[in-house]
Each structure stands twice: as C-alpha cells, then as structure tokens.
Design a protein. Structure first.
Length: 419
C-alpha cells in the first residue's frame, strides 16, 4: 500500500494525517521536536504551577475546516463559548464597555440597531466592508476603510490586526474578505466565538494523536528531516540523519513545516520571507477570574494588548503584530499588560501576580500584499511532494483555520494522485 510521510506535527500536519488515516491511507508522521502541536499546544509551566497554552486562539463557528477537523477527532465538545454570537469590548482609555451582537440570518439587520453595533457608528459606516470583496492584490486594509473613525478604531483595526497579524496600514485587504464571508456574512450562527475549554493540546493535539495511533499510523518524535533526495521530478529518499527512508512508487510526502524550513529542503521553492511577532502573557490569579456576562474573552481598545482571555485562574493577553514589543524585557511586558488586565477584571494593579511571557518572533508570515504573492500552492513541482501550513495559498489569513484547511488540501491532493 502506498504510504504518505507527513513532516511536521503542527495543526497542518495533524489535519493532513487525520484526513488520510480516516480515508484508509497508510501514514507516517515525523516531528522534529518532542511534542506535537507546533504553535498550538499546551505545556506545564513551573513558574505558574499550572498548564498554559503557548498562545491564545479565538475561533468562530464559521471556521468550517477547523470544525470538521474537531469532529473527525471527536473533540467538537472541547470548545467553549457563548450560545449566541457576542463580542465584548472595553475601551481602556474611557472605561466604556460594549458588545457587538450579530443577528441570525444572512441579512445583517443588526447594524440598524445601535445597541448591537459599535458605539458612535452609523449603519451606513458598515458598508465600507464591501470594499474588501473587490480589493486588488496591492490594496491594504486602510486603503479600503481608511484609518480613522469609531468603526475603524473599534472594529476594523482589532479585527484586521488579529486576523492578519500585521499593521493595518500594511495588511493585505483581500485576505479579510473570506474571513467576513465565511463568518459574519453567514449570520450569527457562523460567528459564535469559541476557545479551547481546557487547553490547546487537549483540544487539537491529543485527540488527533489518539486517532492516528488507533488507525495504525506511525508517529515519531525527535525526527528532524535534514534532506530530501530527488530523482528528476520525484522525491526518492528522506534523510533524517540517523536513518534514511526510501520512497517507493506511489508514496507521497507532505511538508507541513514553516516556510523557511520548507524552502531549505525543496529546490527553487518560493515562500514568504518576512514575518511578524506575537506576544502572549499569562497571569496566575489568586482565584478564578470572571469577565462580564461570564464570557471567556474581551477585546481591549487603547491598551498594549488587543485581547484578554480568562480560563479559571489564568488570565492571558495577546499582542498581535508585536514587532515593537518582542525585544522588550519580559517583566516590562508583564507590568504593562497587567495594568490592562487589572482594569478589565476590576482588580488592584499591585502587586504583579506570577506571570509567564511567551514570545513568538516569527509567529506568522507578514501578510502584506508583497508577501501574499509569494505563497505557494499545495502541489510542488515534484510529483509526490505536497505542502501544508498556514502560509501556503489557502486564500485565508495565516490562522488555525488556514492551517487545518491546508492539511485538508494536501490530503485531497495525495488521494487524487493515488486514486
């Protein structure tokens, strides 16, 4: 039976492996590190004396590829969130709080109700979002919606920075349209926010590994791919240093690695070259924290961080497009962001609680028009070599949804080649 070797056990690699294993394919999953999940995993932090996620991820029910993946690994119940779509915000400068609440159905009548939309905005302001549908390849977010006004400051900017992990003046506008189309464009049921109930590994990683092992897939850690030997337009051998794997006719390889790692292994592969950082900070509270209306997250306007997440007695913040923050000392970041958290939770800002700052210097590729043009497709120029990762051309921003979708795309390409 032909075998598919998947290199990299992040979410992209896991989703490809799961899809192929469920379809009855023989799968070998190789991971260089000692654990799966990549940038989407949990670990025990000795300083906080509890398990934390290496980053925060907010999903929407309209993220169809991710929801399909969770169904496949029997983890759909591992997500938590409100029964209806609600996006709470706090302006840290004024103390004003509000909620954005889309309505059921595709017709967005919620923008006519001042109680459901961003304060200080008019219904016609929201029509600016349609410009994303026709945004050219060189257009940025601010080219489409400007860079001033209540709607920009309190909706377009936090949405774009979170989705694109890029400054709005540089972020590629055309990547926002599929996000809007697949979530807000489908009504309230498609934009209910979701977070991992207990942790990223328990939600996205451990159930996938369990399924793969039950399916007979071989999962190997500590296996770093050092070289691929090609003959003509076919990959023939995988060199892991300590051992070499020969590829038989019909065998395939899915490279689910970061762009620079993939480019180092595949001749003449064009990939995005620039990246942006994300910084997360986790604070251990003396008791469980509660956000207004018992929602698990809060959008922050006018502070250092853009989002606050609370799960039990751990409060976590996310700073996207954090290139200006990444080189600051961890304590400086913690002090600044704890001020935001204290205001949001109504707590005394002193003393600073136990914290952990997690820096991802190359969290995503820089989703600018120039870099987006460098995204390769699923198929490489080698007949049995495929690409997966949030950075390939899925048509989406580099999010969990893009990573999962890229894995599904790679799995379909493998199935098409062997059918």
């Amino acid at each position: 039976m032909p075998r598919t070797h998947i290199i990299g056990a992040g979410v992209a690699g896991l989703s490809a492996a799961v899809a192929l294993a469920r379809a009855g394919h023989a799968v070998n999953l190789h991971e260089a590190s000692g654990q799966a999940g990549g940038r989407c995993r949990s670990y025990f932090d000795a300083r906080l004396d509890c398990a934390i996620d290496n980053g925060n991820h907010l999903l929407l029910t309209g993220n169809s590829s991710t929801m399909e993946y969770l169904e496949d690994i029997d983890a759909a119940g591992a997500l938590a969130g409100p029964a209806s779509a609600c996006f709470p915000f706090l302006d840290l400068r004024t103390g004003r709080r509000w909620r954005l609440r889309p309505n059921a159905g595709r017709l967005p009548w919620w923008i006519l109700d001042a109680r459901r939309r961003v304060p200080g905005t008019r219904a016609r302001d929201y029509l600016s979002g349609v410009r994303f549908a026709w945004a050219g390849a060189d257009r940025t977010v601010t080219d489409c919606v400007g860079e001033s006004g209540a709607l920009f400051e309190n909706f377009w900017e936090p949405l774009a920075v979170a989705a694109l992990n890029s400054p709005v003046r540089a972020g590629a506008a055309r990547l926002l349209w599929p996000v809007l189309r697949e979530t807000f464009g489908r009504g309230e049921a498609a934009c209910r926010p979701r977070i991992a109930r207990t942790g990223l590994s328990a939600t996205f990683v451990d159930p996938a590994l369990d399924l793969l092992r039950r399916s007979g897939a071989a999962v190997r850690f500590g296996a770093r791919l050092r070289r691929i030997a090609f003959e003509g337009v076919v990959a023939r051998r995988l060199d892991f240093g300590a051992d070499t794997v020969a590829l038989d006719d019909g065998d395939g390889v899915v490279l689910a690695l970061p762009p620079q790692a993939a480019a180092s292994l595949v001749p003449d592969l064009t990939v995005p070259e620039e990246s942006h950082a994300i910084v997360n900070a986790h604070f251990r509270l003396p008791e469980s924290g509660v956000l207004p209306e018992d929602l698990p997250f809060l959008g922050l306007i006018g502070g250092t961080a853009q989002w606050l997440f609370v799960r039990g007695d751990v409060a976590s913040i996310t700073i996207s497009a954090a290139d200006d923050t990444i080189d600051e000392e961890a304590e400086v970041i913690a002090v600044k962001t704890w001020q935001d958290v204290a205001v949001a939770l109504g707590r005394d800002p002193d003393p600073l609680p136990p914290y952990r700052v997690v820096k991802e210097k190359r969290a995503t590729f820089a989703q600018t028009p120039a870099q987006v043009r460098l995204r390769p497709g699923t198929r490489s120029r080698f007949a049995n070599l495929y690409l997966a990762g949030d950075w390939i051309d899925t048509g989406l921003p580099a999010t969990i949804e893009s990573a999962v979708r890229s894995g599904h795309m790679a799995a379909r390409a493998v199935e098409s080649a062997v059918s």
